[in-house]
Ligand binder design. Sequence first.
Ligand SMILES: [Zn+2]
Ligand SMILES: [Zn+2]
Length: 203
Amino acid sequence: MTMAPTDAERLLALLREPCCPICILARRAAREYLETRLLRLSTGASQGPKALYEQDPPMVSGAVLCSRHWHKLVALEARHPEVPRLSEAMLETLLETADDPRICLACGVQQSTTRRYLEVLARLPAETVGLALRQGQGFICLKHLAALPASPLKGWLLERVHALTLDLPRFQERYARWHSTEFGPEAELDPPGRALAALAGED
Ligand SMILES: [Zn+2]
Ligand SMILES: [Zn+2]
């Protein structure tokens, strides 16, 4: 029986890829959240926003997604034509509660995952992280570096980002290749622009 990887193992594995593991793990968690919510509705869902509301009250009544996660949900829906449109049900609720500001549920998942992995990173032995850095192409983005306490590890991580900026075209090319394998084609940003956004810290 294979054991599921621990948080530390997940983080170290991604540190070998040309990405910020914390950004990627948080984005994955938000995507899985949207996907799980959406696909749950595909089993025995009857049509119509009202039926969706009854099947998934937290998602619909809690119901706000920021524009970024809204677009991701709509893109997921396009890939699953068999599932009733959750976005329509949400839109209906949103229009009814327009004056009631709430936090985006997917952003909430992304933020709590970010906090969790920042803690994991801060607790890892510096030598272990240093080894992963030497063996791979990963980095910690500027946004997440800013959240780390000062330490020798933080110094190494800053050096890594600096080294990547010295040959940006090479990094942009590597990042684009890796990103399309991980997330498939995404139309939000051109690949070179996305690579720069990744160094700064992606949402
Ligand atoms: Zn990051
Ligand atoms: Zn959001």
